[in-house]
Design a protein around this ligand. Structure first.
Ligand code: AMP
Length: 426
């Protein structure tokens, strides 16, 4: 399949070819025709699948094929909602990239930055708005945006929006949109919550699921290094230095943990930056730019801050702490081995995290290879230290006591998505 057979205009094809893409990814070849047909869409696709171009290209095509009615001020015709500022910024960049030969204007709207430039931009009139829900509603309240002419609504990373508690904001925003519109819902998972949201939002949708999670996972070499909690930082520094890793994304469970690790690595002489929700937008943008340009070797991130970071071909991802929610492991390691390249995902697992490791292995339906690193083997006689996580993490304690290093089959107890994933990085 080639891009030219998808029904995209010459301007869009030229922009795609400038990016050097040889052919559409599976999500693109399936989603683009559906969006162009005007139907609602529910797509299971996570970051790394090319989903952003999967909705950006056809929505630009829609704008091009259906000129707006003449009006005093340009109406907002496309609204893309994203859970995080980073993702909004990246979707905004994609719209610029793919729309560079087209005349459409875009505003990217998120909190944590001055609202006035956003107001000015909206006042001048834009075709496309990419926004996080909270700041969008601020604009609604200030009457600086009119959503009554929206033709296409995109909810990107829908599952993450629900995790982050945006459901009420989303419902308020839906109430401001015209009844007749096209809706596109992208989500990494089809949880019950997402299905419920979809049922109220989508009309007779086409459903595509091009991202059986393991297809991403298969490209990634995964390894577990058992290590005592107190030696994780030294082991990480050793791995980075001995492997001469130049670009590594490290996940911690908490913002505090991210800051602390970042400071310690700096002391070890490894240039590092932390990225999480307590950082200002400009600090996050700077950290990401420094990382991409190689000025910083290690980016330490919390789960939510890392969602949607557009970093190509990341060779190494390290789980300094395992996530409380097994699905987050898949999101994390999906940051490597992207768009066909292979990558390595390493988890530093202390004895208190064995229960979390088993949950992850159950989700993946595979046992991850363990490899103790000489000089960092965990002390078999040591009492497990308490995990570095908020108090509710204690729900794992019963498993930690009985757990050994090897996974055993067992039923996966139902756990609600944890508050940690909601709070981390906000
Ligand atoms: P996304 O899943 O939208 O975050 O995209 C993941 C990465 O894949 C981005 O860095 C894109 O630049 C890249 N990408 C998107 N479409 C293609 C394609 N057709 N061929 C190769 N890379 C692509």
């Amino acid at each position: 399949m080639s891009f030219s057979s998808l029904g995209l205009s010459a301007e869009l094809l030229r922009a795609v070819s400038d990016q050097g893409y040889a052919e559409p990814t599976p999500v693109q070849s399936r989603a683009i025709p559906v969006v162009l047909s005007g139907r609602d869409l529910m797509a299971a696709a996570q970051t790394g699948t090319g989903k952003t171009a999967g909705f950006t290209l056809p929505l630009l095509q829609h704008l091009q094929s259906n000129p707006a009615m003449a009006a005093r001020r340009k109406p907002v015709r496309v609204l893309v909602l994203t859970p995080t500022r980073e993702l909004a910024a990246q979707v905004g960049e994609s719209v610029q990239t793919y729309g560079k030969y087209l005349p459409f204007t875009t505003a990217v709207i998120f909190g944590g930055v001055n609202i006035n430039p956003q107001m000015d931009k909206l006042h001048r009139g834009v075709d496309i708005v990419v926004a996080t829900p909270g700041r969008l509603l601020d604009h609604v309240q200030q009457k600086t945006i009119d959503l009554s002419k929206v033709e296409i609504l995109v909810l990107d990373e829908g599952d993450r929006m629900l995790d982050m508690g945006f459901i009420r904001d989303i419902r308020r925003i839906l109430g401001l949109l015209p009844h007749r519109r096209q809706n596109l819902l992208f989500s990494a998972t089809f949880s019950e919550d997402i299905r419920q949201l979809a049922a109220g939002l989508l009309k007779n949708p086409e459903t595509i699921d091009v991202a059986p999670r393991n297809s991403t996972v298969e490209l990634i070499t995964q390894r577990v290094h058992p290590v005592d909690k107190g030696h994780k930082r030294e082991l990480l520094a050793h791995l980075i230095k001995s492997g001469d890793w130049r670009q590594v994304l490290v996940f911690t469970r908490t913002k505090h943990g991210a800051n602390r690790l970042c400071e310690q690595l700096q002391k070890d002489g490894i240039q590092s930056a932390a990225i999480h929700g307590n950082k200002t937008q400009s600090a996050r943008t700077r950290a990401l730019a420094d990382f991409k340009q190689g000025r910083v070797r290690v980016l330490v991130a919390t789960d939510i801050a890392a969602r949607g970071l557009d970093i190509d071909q990341l060779p190494h991802v390290v789980n300094f702490d395992l996530p409380n929610v097994p699905e987050d492991y898949v999101h994390r390691i999906g940051r490597t081995g992207r768009a066909g390249s292979t990558g390595e995902a390493i988890s530093l697992v202390s004895p208190d995290e064995r229960g979390l490791l088993k949950d992850i292995e159950r989700l993946l339906r595979q046992e991850l290879p363990r490899a103790a690193v000489n000089d960092f083997k965990p002390d078999p006689h040591a009492r497990p230290e308490p995990a570095d996580r908020p108090a509710h993490g204690a729900r794992h304690s019963h498993r930690q006591e009985s757990g050994g290093w090897h996974s055993r089959p067992g039923s996966r107890g139902h756990r609600p998505r944890s508050a940690t994933s909601r709070n981390a990085g906000r």
